[in-house]
Design a protein around this ligand. Structure first.
Ligand SMILES: [Zn+2]
Length: 157
């Protein structure tokens, strides 16, 4: 671990702990580019009534607004805790260079959070999930992609 990594992880952890005092969940994140912060996030799930407002997602959204791009290639995400599957996927979509975290999914489980459970669930057949995920292939299912592919000036991502 570099000195810079430790410094940014400390900042993510500080944001996480501070968020608890503000009534939020114990998670914080920082997006860094060229040694400077471009986005920070705290867990806003309960405040915003938004189950997707995880610290990492909040930080990614802010970083994209700061940079003016939907790609965060060239950036690093520092998280106070191991990103859950949602946040790890968001990091992939954002094309981040690296993701660095401090606490892990077992720490989160101790705090009563489902990160570890969801990771286990994703590795199991969907038929065993508590939530049904159903594919009903209607006739128009491929139309959006046909339209997309027929659009010459589409913004690829
Ligand atoms: Zn998450």
């Amino acid at each position: 671990m570099t000195g810079d990594d430790a410094r940014w992880l400390d900042e993510a952890v500080r944001l996480a702990t501070a968020n608890v005092a503000e009534g939020g969940g114990p998670f914080g994140a920082v997006v860094v580019r060229d040694g400077a912060t471009v986005g920070t996030g705290q867990n806003l799930v309960t405040r915003d009534l938004d189950p997707t407002a995880h610290a990492e997602v909040v930080a990614i959204r802010e970083a994209c607004r700061t940079i003016g791009d939907f790609s965060l290639a060239g950036c690093v995400l520092y998280a106070s805790c191991e990103p859950c599957p949602l946040c790890l996927s968001a990091s992939l979509w954002a094309r981040l260079d690296r993701v660095v975290y401090a606490a892990d999914r077992d720490d989160a489980a101790r705090g009563g959070f489902d990160d570890s459970f969801f990771y286990q669930l994703l590795s199991r057949p969907r038929e065993t999930w508590p939530m049904a995920v159903v594919n009903e292939r209607v006739e128009t299912a491929s139309e959006p992609f046909d339209t997309w592919l027929a659009t010459e000036d589409r913004t690829r991502y």
